[in-house]
Design a protein around this ligand. Structure first.
Ligand code: DX5
Ligand code: ZN
Length: 230
């Protein structure tokens, strides 16, 4: 059995030039990005601090695209009350960071946002199984979270495939998103063939070697015509 959903590209602003963040978000939007991936890090769940609601609000003023907000924070449910304009957003929480994952998933849904759950490389697919019917996406971390520019972990490809198989078998609608080390090479290709439909890319989109436009076109061209084959 095969399916051919559109492959969505989500540039991660973690790799952007923060002194020109608005312009970089506009460039990604004009280059044909489908989502803007926004990495929130608290320095506790991951060993790095990035930014929070103030920057997210600033990003919103520079794009109409949905924000794909990746919360790498402990107990993200505590942050939910501060998300004021979540209706066009997609909010992704980590399974490992939520004591009450089911409750947190529904807290996001009550805000009107789409909801996703992220899995670290060492976390099994089973960690998300009980909430899978309610999810819009599952984010498979293809590096350990916390930093951009890391190398793709090849062993995560079989996990992408197992997750996709479970979703198809149960008839759920969750998309499979991959994040970490995704470039216009085998990393994107193998992820898509294994069942990913959302590709997050930080340094592959925002770098000094090429324009955001060229980098986005290259990534899209790399996966053009590829699809999940069961
Ligand atoms: C890492 C973040 C990623 C990061 C990806 O913890 O979740 O979104 O920005 O960066 P690249 O694509 O450079 O690996
Ligand atoms: Zn991310």
């Amino acid at each position: 059995m095969t399916s051919e959903p559109r492959i969505l590209i989500a540039p991660s602003i973690l790799a952007a030039d923060f002194a020109n963040l608005g312009r970089q978000v506009e460039e990604a939007t004009q280059a044909g990005a489908d989502l803007i991936h926004v990495d929130v890090m608290d320095g506790t769940f991951v060993p790095n601090i990035s930014f929070g609601e103030v920057v997210i609000d600033a990003v919103r003023r520079h794009t109409e695209l949905p924000l794909n907000i990746h919360l790498m924070v402990e107990e993200p449910g505590k942050l939910m009350p501060s998300f004021q304009k979540a209706t066009t957003d997609q909010v992704i929480v980590h399974a490992e960071a939520c004591t009450h994952l089911h409750r947190t998933v529904f807290q996001v849904k009550e805000k009107g946002a789409e909801v996703g759950v992220a899995l670290n490389p060492g976390t099994p697919v089973s960690a998300v199984e009980e909430v899978l019917p309610y999810l819009d996406m599952v984010l498979v971390m293809t590096v350990n979270p916390g930093f951009g520019g890391q190398s793709f972990i090849p062993e995560t490809v079989s996990k992408i495939r197992r997750l996709r198989e479970l979703i198809e078998e149960k008839g759920y609608s969750a998309q499979v998103e991959v994040d970490g080390g995704i470039k216009a090479d085998y990393t994107a290709e193998e992820s898509v063939k294994a069942g990913a439909t959302i590709l997050v890319a930080g340094t592959a989109i925002f770098n000094r070697e090429e324009t955001v436009w060229a980098a986005t076109a290259k990534l899209r061209g790399c996966v053009c015509g590829l699809r999940y084959v069961r």
